[in-house]
Design a protein around this ligand. Structure first.
Ligand code: ATP
Length: 306
């Protein structure tokens, strides 16, 4: 039996290694969202970012012809400003960020950056101009320093540490037994959602893109973590054209404009106070969310006093 179990263990080991390798590749593809359908136009030129102005011009889009997701959406994000996209689940918020990265082509209308149609520039230049802080950050099975440095592979240790500090993850890292050399990912330390998001923020700080997409986590974070992440996000979005895909409304209060998507169309738009005064869809979403978070808070206090 011993004779058999050694090779079996070995096969198990190889199998796990291969699987892990595949997971890494899958994650890579996920991360870069490499899609074959969209290719560079012949003679596509690199995107020239001058100010970083983003425009969606009468965008029509569907994943499947039987179901329109965006039905003529137009908005503009002036250079350096922040626009938040809110709306019910499935309204097409994340689709907007996918179209900006040109993971898909629009069926009608155009997505433009500084007046250049994203279909006419190279994908490489487009993707290097946009930074993304996703909902769920995929970490590589490597050190935490490697995971941050991924934003700019040539960055020095000092730069990595500075980015970690700005993202408010430095003191967490310094408390780890191996500090910046601690292994994370599937085979290493498991980080919480908030910690992973701060790694993504640090990565983005290193990348320093002129345009930023923040896809806010749907998962509830405790209010301390939420405040820390908010502070880090405010810092990274300062002076950059920013689109926030907002699932929790608390982060949109300070946006220059809020776009409320519903059934593929812009139902309302304006600043937070203006939309509250309007007492429409946004105001009712706001009330509902406030009630929910108050109930959650009461529950937490009740649990703590147990
Ligand atoms: P949530 O707040 O729940 O994240 P969302 O507003 O970001 O939602 P999207 O992710 O943009 O919504 O999706 C809009 C609609 O498009 C949804 O109904 C979704 O089921 C559909 N959809 C998203 N991705 C695809 C896809 N790859 N293929 C087909 N349908 C898709």
């Amino acid at each position: 039996l011993m004779q058999l179990s050694v090779p079996l263990n070995f096969i198990g080991f190889i199998y796990r290694e291969i699987r892990q390798g595949l997971t890494d590749i899958e994650q890579m593809f996920d991360l870069l969202d490499v899609r074959q359908e969209v290719v560079d136009e012949p003679g596509a030129k690199p995107l020239q970012v001058t100010t970083g102005r983003v425009e969606f011009r009468d965008v029509h889009f569907d994943y499947d012809p039987n179901r329109q997701i965006l039905k003529g959406v137009s908005f503009e994000v002036p250079a350096g400003k922040t626009v938040a996209i809110v709306g019910p689940s499935g309204a097409g918020k994340s689709t907007i960020s996918r179209l900006l990265f040109r993971f898909y082509d629009v069926q009608q209308g155009a997505v433009l950056i500084d007046g250049q149609d994203v279909r006419e520039v190279t994908q490489e230049s487009l993707r290097s101009a946009i930074g993304m802080v996703p909902q769920d950050t995929v970490l590589f099975n490597d050190t935490i320093a490697y995971n941050i440095r991924y934003g700019r592979p040539g960055a020095s240790d000092e730069d990595v540490q500075r980015a970690a500090k700005l993202a408010q993850i430095d003191s967490f890292i310094e408390r780890l037994p191996d500090g910046y050399r601690s292994m994370v990912g599937e085979r290493g330390l498991k980080l919480s959602g908030g910690e992973k998001q701060r790694v993504a923020i640090a990565r983005t700080i290193l990348k320093a893109p002129p345009i930023l997409v923040l896809d806010e986590a749907t998962s509830a974070l405790d209010s301390q973590t939420e405040q820390e992440i908010q502070a880090a996000l405010d810092l990274v979005s300062k002076g950059r054209t920013t689109i926030v895909i907002a699932h929790r409304l608390s982060t949109v209060i300070s946006a220059d404009e809020i776009i409320v998507l519903k059934d593929g169309e812009i139902a309302e738009r304006g600043t937070h106070p203006a939309l509250l005064r309007k007492k429409g869809l946004y105001a009712s979403m706001w009330d509902r969310q406030r009630e929910a978070s108050e109930a959650e808070e009461r529950l937490r206090i009740a649990r703590e006093s147990d």
